[in-house]
Ligand binder design. Sequence first.
Ligand SMILES: [Zn+2]
Length: 140
Amino acid sequence: MKITGKGPLVNGIRGCCPRCGKGKLFAGFLKLAPRCEACGLDYSFADPADGPAFFAMMIMSFPVVGFALWFDAAFSPPWWVHLVTTLPLLLLLCVLPLRPLKGWLVCLQFFYKAEEGRLAPQPSDRAAPAKPASDLRSSG
Ligand SMILES: [Zn+2]
């Protein structure tokens, strides 16, 4: 299968189809479209779960907490000032990257063919069921 477009990072950040790079990946802010309008790729394989939220929190919490600590040490503001500065900053910096992160993770899922793990079939599953010993005896 030929993958066109600019690769999983660029296609994901732009919210484009992981295969053709032309169709839209999203039907809402974070809701995925059912399929690509350009090439017809079914997006049912896509399930990044909590991945975008995890990465957004892990990446953005460090600068925001650093800002809060610096702000508190430098100005010693009352607690409500943090409520109107640090909290909106934290929410903004955690919500805004969700869409590009989700697009990137979905494109990575397609690119690396990542899917849910399955148990390998056992050799006994492939062999024909053994006949009971009573069937092997001749009746005579
Ligand atoms: Zn497409």
